[in-house]
Ligand binder design. Structure first.
Ligand code: SAH
Length: 414
């Protein structure tokens, strides 16, 4: 009798092993009410110095005046910073020599000290380790692809979302990054590119030339949960897309914000009128597993997160991405691919793209990536159900620079 009432999903559930974070020795830290511990608020620490990139155009002019110079100097400083990628007073010969040092110290204070740089063999992937003013460490990863250059940026030092398969999640949240600290990662990467430090052949991929040698795409997939640092992340995006010289003049379409699923913040983002790409880190279509895999699921369930992603599409017309790290015997079952397809199709067609990525094992983790034929079957099922799905290529594994591997260990730990 029991078998007769089983659904096809349950039938298949029993056929493959089901690994779970808890049975593998992962213990979920809890708050005083017994709910999974999540850090939404940034711990109080000394604030980073205020920088030109933290200010509106008007505020920049005001601040320059406060420093005793005419307001038009603000535009010159912005040009140096956003188009020449420099904060070096010696390079700013159009500024009065006598006040240059003081002006630059007041407007472009140092934010990131490069403490280590790792590159792949061909040099087309570089991981930067940055030390912030208070000693907190963050990383960014710069990748050349045919016809585009992508920078994976951090939005927080550490992360409070506690996902068991992510190296950053294990470290807890140190603090939110400021708008300028987020922007400075791009400016420094652009400076490295301009200096010819990013390897790889710009002409590969059948292009005669790469459209200006600078970062063209941004993914908020470094350290941190961008929507837990909402205000600064949105301000940073606005500065990325603001035309030069007041911002970096980037295309919003090349910017991707990725989240564990902070539903109220997703709704807010949809109303910002920014045509950026939205990505939801789903990793499991069922709450039973997602509760363990993505602890924030204790606040907003898988269906609520998918609804919010759909709403983002409905409001902006921008197709959203679903991220799905394929973990062996954990979330890679065929029935989960079917359930995911069913849930996405139930909301409509053509609104979503699924990006599975084989798990990058993190140090000390017992989980591994799914086997290639399992990955292929997962992708095949989604595509067969009419959900466009492509396996994501992972870059920078050999330098611990791939998704989920950013732990910002200092040289002393190596
Ligand atoms: N906090 C945001 C962005 C940071 S991580 C978020 O969770 O979306 C960027 C992506 O890498 C997320 O989809 C995240 O789930 C994924 N990721 C984390 N650890 C990973 C790992 N070990 N292997 C593969 N992907 C991983």
């Amino acid at each position: 009798m029991a078998t007769e009432t089983r659904t096809p999903f349950e039938e298949q559930r029993s056929a493959r092993p089901q690994v779970r974070p808890r049975t593998e020795g992962w213990t979920q830290a809890q708050d005083t009410e017994g709910r999974p511990l999540l850090q939404f608020a940034s711990p109080k620490r000394g604030k980073p110095p205020v920088h030109l990139a933290d200010l509106t155009v008007e505020e920049r002019v005001e601040k320059v005046k406060e420093l005793g110079l005419p307001g038009f100097r603000a535009k010159q400083l912005s040009t140096h910073y956003f188009t020449h990628y420099t904060s070096d007073p010696a390079a700013m010969t159009d500024l009065p020599a006598a006040q240059r040092e003081e002006l630059v110290a007041g407007m472009l204070p140092p934010l990131l000290t490069e403490t280590r740089r790792l590159a792949t063999d061909k040099g087309d992937t570089i991981k930067f380790l940055w030390k912030l003013h208070d000693g907190a460490l963050v990383e960014s990863v710069l990748m050349r692809y045919p016809g585009r250059i992508t920078l994976c940026v951090s939005s927080q030092a550490g992360c409070g979302m506690n996902c068991p398969f992510c190296a950053t999640g294990q470290a807890g949240l140190t603090r939110n990054m400021s708008t300028a600290e987020i922007i400075e990662q791009i400016v420094r990467a652009n400076a490295a590119i301009a200096a010819g430090e990013l390897g790889g052949d710009p002409r590969k991929g059948g292009q005669d030339r790469v459209d200006a040698e600078r970062v063209t795409n941004i993914v908020f997939m470094g350290m941190g949960e961008p929507l837990a640092n909402y205000k600064r992340v949105v301000e940073a995006v606005r500065t990325m897309v603001a035309p030069q010289p007041h911002g970096l003049g980037m295309s919003a379409r090349g910017i991707t914000v990725s989240t564990v699923g902070l539903v109220p913040a997703i709704k807010k983002l949809a109303d910002e009128n920014l045509p950026i790409t939205f990505a939801l880190s789903l990793h499991a279509p069922d709450d039973e597993l997602r509760d363990e895999l993505i602890p924030v699921n204790s606040r907003w369930k898988a269906d609520e997160a998918i609804d919010a992603a759909y709403e983002y599409y409905a409001k902006t017309g921008r197709r959203v991405s679903i991220e799905y790290a394929l973990i062996k015997d954990m979330n890679d079952h065929a029935w989960r691919a079917d359930l995911l397809a069913e849930k996405l199709n139930a909301r409509g067609k053509g609104w979503v793209h699924v990006n599975p990525i084989p798990l990058n094992p993190t140090p000390g983790s017992v989980w591994t990536s799914s086997e290639p034929h399992v990955q292929d079957e997962f992708v095949r099922r989604l595509n067969a159900a009419g959900v466009p799905t492509t396996l994501r290529d992972t870059r920078g594994k050999e330098i611990d620079g791939a998704c989920g591997q950013l732990a910002a260990a200092d040289e002393t730990d190596v």
